[in-house]
Design a protein around this ligand. Structure first.
Ligand code: FAD
Length: 179
């Protein structure tokens, strides 16, 4: 069971893929279109959500099949995913399934220190990673859930340069004050 086409899509290319809709409706719907880039055999399971006509049309036009009905469980045989079982008992054969998780940042440290958050529920930062609390920077998944290793590391490097400049300026001001 996978969540990111950029991290895991290549390994399951051209396979019989499923996308099971969960709590994160917009993410999962978008994911269904993205997964279609990896395989011509993609089934979207709306599960407990009701698709609007325009959403159905969009998926249909893009070659994503839709199988309605509540998903009861994933069928695993011999330690491998083999299908998606609906509440009706029907099993739809699939060899990998994507889901749209709800992203929750582990940001207690930052929020307890008073960092402001944005509409997405993440701590707000400027392009250097500076938070709303002076002297406090943040980078990576804690402020940007779609970040990947390379973007999280790059944001960390950007924040490190900004922190270095901040500390340098503090030291220069201290030196000036002590003259
Ligand atoms: C299943 C999965 C597969 C993925 N596959 C890929 C992939 O193939 N390629 C890719 O580029 N990205 C992938 N990603 C995304 C990638 O893992 C993240 O983008 C990346 O790890 C973010 O780095 P980070 O340093 O911001 O956060 P993390 O790697 O999560 O590191 C944060 C660290 O801080 C620690 N921490 C948190 N709070 C505190 C605290 N209060 N005190 C001390 N320590 C604390 C945590 O324990 C953790 O070790 C995947 C993610 C998942 C979940």
């Amino acid at each position: 069971v996978l969540h990111c086409p950029y991290c895991h899509g290549y390994e399951v290319r051209d396979a019989a893929l499923g996308v099971v809709c969960g709590d994160n409706r917009p993410f999962t719907l978008h994911q269904a279109s993205l997964i279609r880039l990896w395989s011509s055999d993609v089934i979207f399971f709306p599960n407990r959500i009701v698709l609007e006509l325009a959403e159905r049309d969009r998926l249909d036009a893009w070659g994503v099949r839709i199988v309605d009905g509540e998903v009861a469980r994933l069928v695993v045989a011999g330690d491998r995913l083999s299908g998606v079982e609906l509440a009706s008992g029907e099993v739809v054969a699939r060899s990998a399934v994507f889901v749209g998780p709800r992203f929750v940042p582990h940001d207690e440290l930052l929020t307890k220190l008073g960092c402001e958050t944005n509409d997405a529920g993440c701590v707000s930062t400027d392009p250097t990673g500076a938070t709303s609390v002076p002297g406090l920077w943040a980078a990576g998944n804690v402020v940007s859930s779609p970040a990947q290793v390379i973007t999280a590391a790059a944001a960390g490097a950007t924040a490190a340069v900004a922190i270095n400049h901040y500390l340098l300026e503090n030291d220069i001001q201290s030196a000036l004050n002590s003259r």
